[in-house]
Ligand binder design. Structure first.
Ligand code: ZN
Length: 299
């Protein structure tokens, strides 16, 4: 091997190394929407609103979220965005959040529980979610606003929040890969999103305000392990979509609430307590739904 040959080989090797260094690293973006009622150990609204137990419960919330972040990192996530999706949306304590994640905090925000989602994400995880209003043994069961909403159906399917938000993610072609919460929400996940979606059951309701719960340590282990499996399975899980047009039906508790909603053009009265709207665009219907829930608060 002469000197020129050695020089050429060295040059080619340097070129290959350079190309490798310049090649962009494989991106894997994970979006987490974090609610509170399905967090490990939580069973009462004193824990989810600013009652006596709230300060302790919000620490449990950030710990469940951190376990999901760790699982996503184990699966190779390169970017993680966490959206605080409960109540004031200022529950997650930033100083306690895993520094690998970016936090969307505060409200109101345009996409509410799904603020920050877009088509650049590879997977969505719903942490601390709960069953829809009217679920037996569903810990703190409700749909968006317990005081206002009796039921929400979309194209004939009575939806828990996980379905409403999975459809929003589906608009951006992103699949929900993991749901964590009680037994009831895990069952509704499989029923609505299908068997492939991964769940982490951290407690089992024995009433609306009582549950048999895993220890924090066991729950965090489970969430981390299931989050890793879920992100690794992301390509096998289809984004959740229904076909247009979207028929939204909002059931209130009282007929007076429907009367307020009827002031909005395009809204139809389905029965005394139920109003409906049909849209071609899902996110437009989602926004209508939010507006109708706000109007119903005064009825
Ligand atoms: Zn909530």
């Amino acid at each position: 091997m002469n000197a020129l040959h050695t020089f050429r080989i060295a040059g080619i090797a340097a070129l290959i190394t350079g190309v490798c260094l310049l090649a962009p690293a494989q991106k894997l973006k994970v979006y987490i929407s974090a609610d509170m009622e399905g967090i490990t150990g939580i069973v009462h609204s004193d824990q989810t609103m600013s009652g006596g137990d709230y300060q302790v419960a919000r620490k449990w919330m950030v710990q469940d979220v951190n376990a999901a972040i760790q699982g996503a990192l184990d699966a190779g996530a390169t970017e993680i965005v966490v959206n605080d999706a409960h109540g004031s949306m200022r529950n997650l304590i930033l100083s306690d959040l895993d520094p690998a994640a970016t936090l969307v905090t505060g409200s109101p925000k345009p996409l509410l529980m799904m603020e920050g989602i877009d088509a650049t994400f590879d997977a969505v995880m719903l942490v601390g979610y709960h069953a829809r209003a009217g679920t037996s043994n569903g810990v703190l069961d409700h749909t968006i606003s317990g005081g206002t909403v009796r039921s929400i159906t979309i194209n004939g399917i009575e939806m828990p929040e996980l379905g409403i938000n999975a459809l929003a993610a589906g608009c951006f072609n992103v699949p929900v890969v993991l749901v964590t919460g009680d037994r009831a929400v895990c069952e509704q996940t499989k029923e609505i999103l299908g068997d492939r979606v991964v769940t982490a059951m951290v407690k089992e309701g024995v009433g609306r305000n009582a549950a048999k719960t895993l220890s924090l340590e066991k729950a965090h282990e489970l969430i981390r392990q299931q989050a890793k499996v879920a992100v690794e399975k992301r390509k096998e899980i289809k984004p959740y979509k229904l076909s247009a047009p979207y028929r939204f039906e909002l059931g209130y508790h009282r007929s007076s609430q429907s009367e307020g909603a009827m002031l909005v053009p395009g809204v139809k009265r389905i029965d005394a307590r139920t109003v409906g709207i049909e849209t071609k665009d899902y996110m437009e219907g989602y926004n209508f739904l939010r507006a109708l829930i706000s109007l119903g608060r005064d009825g």
